[in-house]
Design a protein around this ligand. Structure first.
Ligand code: ADP
Ligand code: ADP
Length: 229
């Protein structure tokens, strides 16, 4: 699903910062992987590259066999829409839209007809256990429920790759565990490839594989301790 070959990413400013200093790794379809590492070790940069939000300074990033750096901005954006979905620590829901409208957004953007979109929204809301909240506003929901809405929005396009940035970061431990269990079951049921950046040990143990970054390099890559497998 993901192949990175000698990926370097630097940012030019007053001085050049090398965020990733040569990353080579591959993540197979259907893997569930945690990325950990100290602040500044390159986790967000890596997630951005995997999602095609940014391109490497050198090296190759292949997502489902496609080299995103060779695509135009426009091609990349279309590719992202169908292949990659995201969830974030802070949910990033639209506050003025109802749950069902938030979940429908990626389908609206993709031009899916309303009737089909409605049916798909119903289905994913049931899948995350929130069908009874479809007409609520995000403000009327708990943090765990908001993250489930965000997960429903991520699932609605059937993208094969789900990138998560601190998905449990705003939740207490019990709510965090529920979200991890949900991601785990989605992974099992749909075979979605999941890559999450996290500081949460519980989250790492919900994954099969743990990649540790330090100073823009892979320090360690192996089975997650206490992991699901
Ligand atoms: P992490 O997510 O592990 O905290 P980041 O990928 O955010 O790490 O950052 C890695 C390094 O790259 C840090 O030194 C950070 O300051 C730098 N960096 C990240 N984004 C930018 C940017 N847009 N411009 C300049 N430097 C950046
Ligand atoms: P922060 O890390 O400061 O909380 P955000 O929550 O906005 O910032 O985003 C977290 C990370 O999620 C970004 O640094 C980036 O890695 C990723 N991200 C945000 N938006 C997108 C997007 N549209 N496509 C891909 N990755 C994204």
């Amino acid at each position: 699903m993901l192949q990175l070959c000698d990926v370097v990413k630097s940012y030019d400013g007053k001085s050049t910062v090398t965020a990733l200093a040569g990353i080579t790794l591959s993540i197979g379809a259907g893997e569930m992987v945690a990325i950990m590492g100290p602040s500044g070790s390159g986790k967000s940069t890596l997630l951005n590259l995997m999602g095609g939000l940014d391109v490497p300074t050198s090296g190759e990033v292949l997502v489902a066999g496609t080299d995103l750096a060779r695509q135009s901005e426009k091609e990349r954006s279309l590719f992202r829409r169908s292949h990659v979905s995201y969830i974030f620590q802070a949910y990033h829901l639209m506050p003025t839209l109802r749950v069902r409208q938030n979940v429908a957004l990626p389908l609206r953007l993709a031009g899916v007809p309303a009737r089909e979109a409605d049916a798909r929204v119903e289905r994913v809301l049931a899948e995350v256990g929130l069908d009874h909240r479809a007409d609520h506003l995000p403000d009327e929901l708990s943090g765990g429920e908001r993250q489930r809405v965000a997960i429903a929005r991520a699932l609605v396009t059937d993208a094969p790759l789900l990138l998560a940035d601190e998905p449990t970061g705003n939740l207490d431990s019990a709510r965090g565990k529920e979200i991890l269990a949900l991601l785990r079951s989605i992974h099992g049921r749909r075979g979605t490839t999941i890559v999450m950046v996290t500081h949460d040990r519980e989250a790492a143990s919900a994954c099969d594989r743990l990649i540790r970054l330090r100073d823009g390099r892979v320090e360690d890559d192996g089975a997650a301790p206490g992991g699901a497998r």
